[in-house]
Write a protein that binds this ligand. Structure first.
Ligand SMILES: [Zn+2]
Length: 85
């Protein structure tokens, strides 16, 4: 993970890595610098910083739901997705 910038970066070997013209992976809105940038197995992912926070919260919730299911097989997760969304 890294942050984008319109200025050439040392970590990118002097290459400009900007989020201008990209779409946010979470909300689909256009992104601007600085944005959160990930390189996944199938391509690049750009996130508005506020959307990165929202996505992280939801990923953590899904992990907790998964772990709770492992600890309590056959029981429903105690919180509904609608209450936490
Ligand atoms: Zn977004």
């Amino acid at each position: 993970m890294s942050l984008t910038s319109p200025v050439p970066g040392d970590q990118a070997g002097g290459v400009v890595h900007t989020a201008q013209g990209e779409a946010c992976f979470f909300c689909g809105q256009s992104t601007s610098d600085p944005a959160v940038y990930w390189m996944g197995q199938r391509g690049e992912i750009y996130l508005n910083p506020c959307c990165a926070d929202r996505l992280c919260t939801r990923l953590q919730r899904d992990i907790h739901e998964y772990e709770w299911g492992l600890e309590h097989p056959g029981r429903c997760y105690p919180w509904s997705r609608h209450e936490l969304a």
